[in-house]
Design a protein. Structure first.
Length: 106
């Protein structure tokens, strides 16, 4: 929590990933705790970059920060189930469907 407070003093929105415990997002005094999805972790390569891509997709789409964090969590959760950071088309379709259906987004 100390790192989140420190980082947030330099920017409007701070995000700290905390591994298997998910992530924390802070804007002003609001702190959002984002959980993880159940996965079988094989390799964490690319998890941070893909979390960021999911988060930023949600943010650029104007979604609330909790949805942005969930998007990041879903994408990162799926990439750690494979070796390396390149997901195949089948896995990407699964991720997109989870975001659209499971998270109630069009």
């Amino acid at each position: 929590m100390k790192a989140l407070d420190c980082l947030s003093s330099y920017c409007d929105i701070a995000v700290i990933k905390v591994g298997k415990d998910g992530s924390l997002i802070k804007r002003g005094e609001e702190i959002i705790n984002i959980g993880t999805i159940p996965v079988q972790c094989i390799d964490t390569t690319g998890a941070g970059d893909l979390y960021a891509s999911g988060f930023l997709y949600g943010y650029a789409s104007g979604l609330p920060l909790d949805k942005c964090g969930l998007f990041g969590s879903v994408v990162a959760g799926h990439v750690i189930e494979i070796v390396g950071a390149r997901m195949d088309q089948h896995r990407w379709r699964k991720v997109i469907n989870l975001i659209k259906e499971g998270l109630d987004v069009d």
